[in-house]
Design a protein around this ligand. Structure first.
Ligand code: FAD
Length: 419
């Protein structure tokens, strides 16, 4: 089936890389497809790592994008446990850690992101964790189960999505949980203060303690074990384990050393790509968490979410095949915490909106929140309300002013507000 005329190389075996490989074959590409990944597991999805798998409800196998046999069946050459360390753009080759040179005609960088590290004393202690890989989740799930059995305590640095999801899992195991968050509410950078309070209440009702307006300054240990976590306002929280959930940084080192254009950190960082996901080198593309694309609605945008890897990988694959691609999906993500499920579409960090409209029953946690600027919907989040993503995204795309009274009224069908 494979002819060796053309070789497309993908660096990064996460969801974006695996879906790009799948799309190359489904679009009829008959050349070689080489997928290089520094992890030893074949590509898997990360959302279960803080949800079903972490909670012990879902099997490990459920996380994999394809089963192991799929790659050989589709002539995808998998190089697992191999790090791409350099790109020779003139010679069109990727150098692996063991010195092997892999030639490419087109190259996709789908190197994802890595957890930001706490830069404080005590992070080398055995009970300090991060959560990005299956191995991290495997370890953390054992930790949470044993904390639950022994009334143990975990301190979570960061009240973002991963911090909150792990808090929910930890409470389900019966562990004591304190979240230390520099802002005055969780998820501040995504939702702002208005809707963040709803998540404070949700977690507080389930027994999570919050320490807002503070940062960890030290993890105190003895004999290599965590004893407590100190904050910059002089508090000390007892802890047996600490999770650093303070965000992720795009893995741009390879692109940077190859001289590709990057976006600066103040604008979200990442490898700069155009709306067809092409980098500043016409033979190199980037997709998923690492790519900062030109979005027609939101400008330069790097999206660290599952749907962006799911759709961005295939879009880059089509562009590599010479198809006319404009990647303009409205950013979308989902989260599950306790009995709350939600979906968020759009992009409306604090400072970008001037009004929040709630539709439905927020105290009961069955509602849609809309973030607007000058009457136009920038983002919408449905919480325990389903099948509304299409009209929410249509409202965002339309860019037209909406009647906010009607928007807040659940008896007015959302579709009827879409121009
Ligand atoms: C715990 C957790 C829970 C999440 N939950 C949700 C959720 O509920 N909803 C949602 O929308 N999103 C969620 N996300 C985000 C989502 O998982 C990411 O957006 C998605 O994984 C991005 O996929 P990717 O393929 O771009 O990158 P990644 O999944 O990071 O994959 C990149 C791969 O490339 C490898 N790599 C990097 N550099 C090299 C190199 N030089 N050589 C070889 N290999 C390399 C990496 O090790 C990694 O295996 C979650 C993320 C985490 C960590």
């Amino acid at each position: 089936m494979v002819d060796a005329d053309q070789t497309f190389v993908i660096v990064g075996g996460g969801l974006a890389g695996a879906k790009a490989a799948e799309a190359l074959r489904s679009e009829g590409f008959t050349g070689r497809v080489i997928l290089i990944c520094d992890e030893r597991d074949h590509p898997y999805e990360r959302p279960p790592l803080s949800k079903g798998y972490l909670q012990g409800k879902d099997a490990r196998d459920k996380a994999f994008v394809h089963d192991a046999a799929w790659y050989a069946q589709n002539d995808i050459e998998l190089h697992l446990g191999q790090t791409a360390v350099a790109i020779d753009r003139a010679g069109k080759a990727v150098r692996l850690g063991d010195g092997t040179l892999v030639h490419y005609d087109k190259l996709l960088l789908a190197t994802g992101a890595e957890p930001r590290r706490l830069d404080i004393p005590g992070t080398g202690l055995a009970g300090v964790h991060h959560l990005r890989r299956l191995a991290h989740a495997e370890r953390l799930r054992g930790v949470l189960a044993s904390l639950g059995r022994d009334n143990g305590h975990i301190v979570i640095a960061g009240g973002g999505w991963i911090g909150l999801e792990v808090a929910a899992a930890a409470r389900e195991y019966g562990a004591e949980v304190t979240i230390v968050e520099p802002q005055a509410s969780p998820l501040y950078g995504v939702l702002g203060p208005e809707v963040g309070q709803i998540f404070t209440d949700l977690h507080a009702e389930h027994g999570v303690r919050f320490h807002f307006g503070a940062r960890l300054t030290e993890i105190v240990g003895q004999d290599g074990m965590v004893l407590a976590a100190r904050t910059d306002d002089g508090d000390e929280h007892p802890a047996h384990d600490v999770l650093a959930a303070i965000g992720a940084a795009p893995r741009t080192a390879l692109a940077e050393s190859a001289g590709l254009d990057l976006v600066d950190r103040a604008h979200g960082g990442g490898i700069a790509v155009d709306s067809s996901l092409r980098t500043s080198d016409p033979d190199i593309y980037a997709a998923g968490d690492v790519a900062a694309a030109q979005h027609p609605l939101f400008g330069t945008l790097r999206v660290e979410h599952w749907a962006n890897a799911l759709n961005g990988g295939p879009a880059a694959a089509r562009a590599m095949l010479g198809q006319d691609v404009t990647y303009e999906r409205v950013p979308y993500f989902f989260s599950d915490q306790y009995d709350v499920g939600l979906e968020y579409s759009g992009w409306a960090p604090p400072g970008s909106y001037d009004q929040v409209v709630l539709r439905g029953d927020a105290p009961k946690r069955e509602f849609i929140a809309f973030w607007l600027k000058e009457g136009r919907v920038l983002a919408g989040m449905n919480v325990n309300v389903w099948d509304v993503t299409d009209p929410i995204q249509q409202l965002i795309r339309s860019g037209t002013e909406v009647d906010t009274t009607a928007l807040a009224d659940p008896t007015v069908p959302l579709d009827s507000l879409v121009p």
